[in-house]
Design a protein around this ligand. Structure first.
Ligand code: CA
Length: 229
């Protein structure tokens, strides 16, 4: 079956070019021209990937993404941000986007990012049992759900993938480069800060005291390590 992509983009030119290209690459493409329609479609949860422009009529891409995550729609989201707007990139990742591309972008690059996202979201949990627990946190790999003291913790698909990788490699020190390659699927090394930002969110969500993390530990000069205690 073809992977289904939802493309939320209001600029007809970009929408057409991307839709054609994705079709050529073997994706089934559905489109939405504004944030309202985009959100409505995203909420039915049938897509494998969502490409989400930030500047949209009716609802911004940020709003769409945030509402999706609040409704537990964990479909990987690639955000299209305005040129060179660093604030947008960080905001996008914070509200649950999994990756971003800055306009104008190369369609080859976009396709590569989508493939990486798709690959990461389809990793079978072969090495793990269905659930894993540490402290008051319970991770359900089948349902892609994390609960803390019984309450669901909202998480982006990327955060969940990072958590899964750390748990799979618990008690090992893992470099930022390895995490970028294995969790983000990048062959080259882009910004290693991306890893730090996501690690900070995991701590914020899952540590008792994020300033003194017990489980998601920084190994100075090396990378990170996850431990149960
Ligand atoms: Ca736009």
């Amino acid at each position: 079956m073809k992977p289904q992509v939802l493309l939320v983009e209001d600029e007809p030119g970009i929408q057409m070019i991307l839709a054609d290209r994705l079709d050529l690459e073997g994706y089934e493409v559905d489109t939405a021209e504004d944030g309202d329609i985009g959100l409505q479609k995203a909420l039915n949860g049938k897509y494998d990937l969502i490409i989400l422009d930030v500047m949209l009529p009716k609802k911004s891409g940020f709003e769409v993404c945030r509402t999706m995550r609040q409704n537990n729609i964990m479909t990987p989201v690639l955000m299209l941000t305005a040129r060179g707007n660093v604030v947008d990139k960080v905001t996008g990742l914070q509200i649950g986007a999994d990756d971003y591309l800055t306009k104008p972008f190369d369609t080859m690059e976009l396709v590569a990012r989508l493939q990486a996202l798709l690959r990461r979201s389809q990793i079978p949990g072969a090495r793990l049992s269905d659930t894993y627990e540490f402290a008051d946190v319970k991770v359900d790999f089948k349902r892609s759900e994390v609960t803390r003291a019984g309450a669901v913790v909202p998480m982006s698909a990327r955060e969940f993938q990072l958590l899964r990788y750390l748990i799979e490699h618990r008690d090992e020190t893992i470099s930022r480069e390895e995490l970028l390659k294995e969790v983000w699927g990048y062959e080259a090394t882009p910004e290693t800060r991306t890893v730090d930002v996501h690690m900070a969110w995991l701590r914020q969500k899952l540590e008792e005291n994020q300033k003194f993390p017990k489980h998601f530990v920084t190994v100075r000069g090396m990378g990170y390590r996850f431990s149960e205690v």
